[in-house]
Design a protein around this ligand. Structure first.
Ligand code: ARG
Ligand code: ZN
Length: 858
């Protein structure tokens, strides 16, 4: 069944209050739910109360205290006919947490009980109008064995607790803030907390706890520090204050996604909580800070103001991603953060936008909402709001968000509500801009510059590609930050913002006696694909001189991209190709030698674009050709710049471990330098990587060394891998790295390694982190996935078929990799399509996988 955005109807019945009573057990949990229901004056007046369910059965149903038998089931839903305007409904269900392998609803993880209700998991616990526009005040009582579940948590505040009979105990929790069911949470288990207090700017004292399994406490300080920083930052940057006396975060090992913003009780994948230098990389630390911030920021952008329906998901996710991006930028390096965010957008979202699963940030229809927790809704959603901010400027944008928070507090709102608040508060006209919400596809923008009569004319045009269900597109407003550089002084006369809002337009700038160098889409001011025709020398100039760090990075990337695309397409003569390659080398040499550059940025600038982004540049790509061209360039640069690279690797290897920016930059450069050195000279690379591995006093260096060793056919490889496995036995997150390093390697036998790893005793299909460590890494590894014989496709196809009955949500996430077939050369495309067809033919496919496979074939 397809759900359409336009079919939205307000609920016929509201549930102002709900009381839940849990008799907890890992094998069986008994749930009694008491709802006070009221006819919605804005509803359609139906007498039928529809309560959603999913794989549950009602043990008892009572209306106003009387057991009834005339309830009906409509598929999974429970229907009760009611007369009058207000009733008390009581329903009992029995659920089996241990058997819940989907990890939606109430499930068991390492003997602990926890919940995941977004988007539609609450209906797996009890019957309820499980839609985000039904807001209720929750009170929760839970009782269970005290030894098995010493800690009992739910949303809001703990109002009472005590001991019961036979070694049981109980707790009561009340959340004063009305919330939709997807924000309900419960945790029961053996947990310890790292605690702190935070005083809000209006003087509320908040108790903070990061709850983990005993033994993990020493790895929680960074999460706790990040939480405190988030709370402070949201007060300053957005004027948002926390609204309860307690904020709990719980880390669980089995979790489908990153984390969940349940009111007052965030539940996290352990990978976004646990960190210490020996087990977590710098990237892990950054991800923890970002996700802790993200979930905390949801308290306003998501919880205080929630979504009317799931089509509005980007209302909370796009905005919250923007908020977490701005937070991380303020905590660390703003330019480096921007580059990282753009890299994610291009490697994850651009392929979505150009493939069979393309959808606007506010989708028009879905079959399974879990499939729409995408880079489009999240990351492009953030870019769209960032454009509003760019056009208004930060101060006026803040007026817009202030108005939004004030006007819609306590409501289930829509994207349209948000746009209107920004329009009014920030003083923008977003009439045409709304197209960014309704049109899918990455705009292709062409910019040409002509210098004449002491001035320049920029001609810009845009085309938004057709996407499934949207053949014709209209031009959208595209804000472009530009600067015109003087070649001699290497400076410009100020940045300008132009907005291209027609299919084609021109912009004239006077007062340039000589032709300037154009820097455009600075800071990645619009999420577009840009085509600027300009000489290679201009790119080399910008790579060395642009004062916008993103633009500098972009110039480097463009140099590499156009060279590699030319190399594989064979439409450029050998001499021109060699000239371009030399330009790339000059740019890299400048980055290696620029003493004014900080190492974090240097490390960033040295990264070659991923194959997925290169493939995006071509209508039909041969992934092996791109992969080989990229490897060749890497090795060539490594040879040509060998002296500088070794000097760099030596210099940064002498920097002692610390978490400050200089030392993190050193580690980033260490990793990059090693990659080039090993590509050029495997023996030297192996020697340096081996030394680095065994000398490492932190995970960043150990992992970057092992990553290089993993790609080499050398004796040191297995020794280091065995040591790593032994050293970190029992630490699930690090063992995940052990799987991922091998599955992501460039080793010639990588597919054999993946096959063996699937049979390793540490591998399990029931833990999503482990599944992703092995198989998502493989699916994203062009060498493994696009193996010419189709072995990579078969591996992922078989995984999807085996995982679907266990965890459909996670299984469905692997389909888009195969869904790219139309953009891959025909021989491989055929093999990819065959895998999709095989999945489609499997009996009893989940709705999750069915939707993705059907659309990918369609
Ligand atoms: N709202 C969560 C976050 O982005 C993600 C929850 C996704 N859950 C799901 N079942 N898809 O912070
Ligand atoms: Zn979120």
């Amino acid at each position: 069944p397809v759900i359409h955005r336009e079919d939205y109807l307000p609920p016929a019945w509201l549930v102002p209050q709900i009381a839940l009573d849990f008799a907890l057990g890992v094998d069986e949990t008994h749930v009694t739910s008491r709802l006070s229901v009221q006819r919605n004056p804005d509803g359609n007046g139906s007498d039928v109360l529809r309560l959603n369910g999913d794989q549950i059965a009602p043990l008892a149903v009572r209306v106003d205290g009387e057991a009834i038998n005339d309830w009906r089931l409509d598929g999974p839903d429970l229907l009760i006919e009611l007369h009058g305007d207000a009733h008390a409904i009581e329903i009992e269900t029995l659920i089996k947490p241990i058997a819940n392998s989907q990890l939606m609803g109430l499930y068991a993880s390492n003997g602990m009980l926890c919940t995941q209700c977004e988007a539609e998991g609450f209906r797996r616990i009890t019957f309820f109008p499980d839609r985000p526009d039904v807001l209720s005040v929750y009170s929760v009582r839970m009782a269970g064995d005290k030894a098995a579940f010493p800690i009992l948590l739910s949303n809001g505040n703990c109002t009472a607790q005590g001991d019961g009979e036979n070694g049981t105990h109980w707790a009561e929790w009340q959340d004063p803030w009305p919330k939709p069911s997807y924000l309900f949470a419960l945790v029961a288990g053996d947990l310890v907390a790292n605690s702190a207090a935070f005083t809000t700017r209006s003087g509320r004292k908040v108790a903070l706890n990061i709850w983990v399994r005993p033994g993990d406490e020493s790895r929680t300080q960074h999460a706790l520090d990040s939480l405190i920083a988030s709370m402070k930052w949201d007060e300053e940057a957005f004027g948002r204050e926390y609204d309860l006396d307690l904020f709990n975060v719980v880390a669980v090992s089995d979790f489908n996604m990153g984390a969940m913003e349940n009111k007052g009780l965030n539940i996290f994948n352990t990978r976004y909580v646990l960190a210490e230098p020996d087990t977590a990389t710098d990237a892990d630390y950054d991800a923890i800070e970002g996700v802790i911030g993200h979930e905390y920021f949801h308290n306003w952008s998501g919880n205080r103001i929630t979504c009317r329906d799931w089509f509005q998901l980007s209302l909370k996710e796009g905005f919250t991603v923007l908020r977490d991006q701005l937070f991380s930028a303020d905590m660390g390096s703003e330019p480096v953060k921007r580059i990282e965010d753009v890299r994610v957008l291009r490697s994850a979202q651009f392929p979505e936008d150009s493939g069979p699963l393309a959808h606007p940030i506010r989708p028009d229809s879905y079959q399974e909402i879990s499939n729409f927790y995408t880079a489009t809704v999240y990351n492009k959603g953030a870019e769209v709001i960032r454009m509003m901010r760019t056009m208004a400027g930060p101060e006026r944008f803040r007026k817009g968000t202030d108005l939004y928070f004030e006007r819609h507090d306590g409501e289930a709102a829509t994207c349209e509500d948000f746009i209107k608040a920004i329009e009014e508060g920030a003083g923008l006209d977003l009439a045409q801009f709304r197209l960014w919400y309704s049109q899918a596809g990455t705009p292709q923008v062409q910019v040409r510059m002509v210098h004449e009569d002491n001035g320049v004319t920029l001609t810009a045009s845009q085309a938004v590609p057709s996407t499934p269900g949207q053949a014709m597109k209209q031009p959208m407003p595209i804000p472009l930050r530009i600067a015109l550089f003087d070649r001699e002084t290497s400076s410009h006369d100020g940045e300008r913002l132009i907005v291209l809002d027609k299919a084609s337009d021109s912009f004239r700038f006077e007062g340039y006696a000589k032709a300037p160098v154009l820097s455009v889409n600075r800071g990645f001011s619009a999420p577009i694909a840009l085509d600027v025709e300009r000489p290679v020398d201009d790119l080399v100039f910008l790579a060395a001189n642009d004062d916008d760090p993103f633009a500098r990075y972009e110039a480097m990337q463009s140099l590499v991209v156009r060279h590699l695309i030319a190399a594989v397409s064979g439409n450029m003569g050998a001499a021109s190709l060699a000239a371009e390659r030399n330009a790339v080398k000059r740019a890299f040499a400048a980055v290696l030698d620029d003493v004014a550059l900080d190492d974090l940025m240097r490390g960033e600038l040295l990264m070659l674009p991923p194959v997925s982004y290169l493939a995006e540049q071509l209508l039909v790509a041969d992934p092996s050709a791109l992969y080989e061209a990229r490897e060749d360039l890497k090795a060539w640069l490594g040879r040509e710049l060998s002296a500088s690279l070794r000097t760099l690797h030596d210099r940064v290897s002498a920097v002692p471990y610390s978490r400050d920016a200089g030392a993190r930059g050193a580690r980033k450069c260490k990793a990059q330098a090693l990659i080039y050195i090993a590509a050029a000279d495997p023996a030297e690379g192996a020697r340096r990587a081996d030394t680095q591995y065994w000398a490492a006093d932190n995970m960043t260096d150990r992992q970057s060394a092992l990553s290089v060793l993993c790609g080499l056919d050398v004796a040191e490889r297995q020794q280091a891998l065995d040591d790593f496995h032994k050293r970190y036995a029992g630490n699930a997150l690090v063992i995940d790295k052990w799987f991922a390093l091998q599955a992501g390697s460039t080793h010639p036998l990588v597919l054999d390694h993946i096959r063996d790893l699937a049979l390793h005793p540490d591998f399990t299909m029931s833990n999503p982190n482990r599944v992703r460590a092995l198989y998502m890494t493989a699916a994203l590894n062009p060498k493994a996935f696009h193996d010419v014989g189709g072995e990579g496709y078969r591996t992922i196809g078989e995984l999807i078929r085996r995982l679907d009955p266990i965890n459909p949500q996670t299984a469905a996430r692997f389909v888009p990799a195969l869904g790219r077939w139309r953009r891959i050369e025909s021989e491989r495309a055929h093999l990819m399509k065959a895998e999709l067809e095989k999945i489609a033919a499997a009996p009893d496919l989940s709705r999750d996988v069915r939707e993705q496979v059907t659309k990918s074939l369609g």
